[in-house]
Design a protein around this ligand. Structure first.
Ligand SMILES: Cc1cc2nc3c(=O)[nH]c(=O)nc-3n(C[C@H](O)[C@H](O)[C@H](O)COP(=O)(O)OP(=O)(O)OC[C@H]3O[C@@H](n4cnc5c(N)ncnc54)[C@H](O)[C@@H]3O)c2cc1C
Length: 304
């Protein structure tokens, strides 16, 4: 069985990248996780989710840009996206990555692009979630978030339960009154910064979930793990936390059955819907999380 870190390392190979990019959409396996390549294409899947009682967080895929013009182009695109969501009356907010906005080039470039985006978001009463990337970016992402928080309250951030530092980050974010999405973490991290074993990540997830539910502001519990979801439900009930005081979040195409059953039971559910042409990194992280997904990829390739 291929391990998660091996899969993530393989993803860096230019040959594999070329092959997957050439075949992913046409063979259909990328479509399971990526809703489409343009904003027009994702209206129908978003509407279908909304009609089933689920909100959306729309992710215009892109990361690690190396040119300032590319980062500015992405910032400008978000302005169009807010208008588009508004014009189509979709129940959706936006998730994005700071390296799409130039964090690899210069912190202040990413900061200025975020300000532009948040100014535009404000005009449409929109909320923007900053995704959390690999641990090389954690400190800068949290710092940049805090700078933005001084002027904008329509922004939130993500904390990963696999990092040792996350407890302190969450305490600080609660103190600020900021909205946090809690996830386990999707990158391959060294043991100096992150728990290596699933049991330790899960235990930390549960600790952080309880802290956020008890003291946080409208936290997002982002996971497909039934044990984490069950524990969240139990804790909310015990602590008398109403179902509309938090939301569950899941990724597009993953555990649709669970998404629907939670909605039927009256929980809030937001589905993270990625789209765009830059889907390679996102797709490879989804495959690495669950190497069994490779079987699905192979089946689609063979079917052609
Ligand atoms: C809304 C949302 C936003 C996220 N944002 C970020 C972020 O900003 N930064 C970040 O590092 N990570 C992010 N993640 C990813 C997250 O960190 C995990 O990598 C991912 O959610 C898998 O962990 P899990 O909690 O589902 O638990 P796991 O223990 O990994 O999985 C539990 C079960 O979920 C199902 N499952 C999980 N992943 C898959 C998959 N890829 N394909 C099929 N089934 C699967 C399987 O049934 C599995 O047994 C996000 C996840 C969600 C749901």
């Amino acid at each position: 069985m291929l391990s998660r870190s091996l899969l993530l390392r393989m993803a860096a190979s230019p040959q594999i990248e070329r092959f997957v990019k050439r075949n992913g959409m046409s063979a259909g396996f990328a479509r399971r996780f990526v809703a489409g390549e343009t904003m027009e294409e994702v209206v129908a899947p978003m509407r279908a989710l909304n009609e089933r009682g689920m909100s959306v967080s729309l992710d215009y895929l892109g990361e690690n840009v190396t040119r300032a013009e590319e980062a500015a182009g992405a910032a400008e695109y978000y302005g169009r996206l807010f208008r588009f969501i508004d014009a189509n009356r979709l129940d959706a907010n936006v998730s994005l990555k700071l390296t799409q906005l130039g964090l690899d080039i210069d912190n202040s470039l990413a900061y200025q692009n975020m300000r532009r985006i948040l100014d535009e978001a404000r005009r449409y009463d929109q909320f923007v979630r900053i995704d959390m990337e690999g641990s090389a970016y954690t400190a800068r992402t949290v710092q940049l978030f805090e700078c933005l928080w001084a002027d904008y309250k329509n922004v939130g951030v993500v904390i990963q339960a696999y990092l040792y530092r996350s407890r302190q980050d969450i305490e600080r974010l609660i103190e600020l009154g900021a909205r946090v999405r809690l996830c386990k973490g999707a990158y391959s991290e060294p043991k100096e910064v992150a728990f290596a074993h699933k049991a330790d990540v899960d235990a930390n997830y549960l600790r952080l979930m309880k802290t956020l539910l008890k003291q946080g502001r409208y936290p997002a519990i982002a996971t497909h793990d039934e044990a984490m979801i069950g524990a969240t439900r139990e804790y909310a009930q015990e602590a008398g936390i109403p179902r509309d005081a938090f939301e569950f979040q899941m990724l597009y195409g993953i555990r649709r059955d669970l998404q629907r059953s939670l909605v039927r039971e009256g929980y809030r559910m937001r589905v993270y819907v990625p789209f765009g042409t830059q889907w390679y990194g996102y797709l490879m992280r989804r495959l690495a999380e669950r190497p069994a997904n490779l079987g699905f990829v192979l089946k689609n390739l063979l079917r052609r």
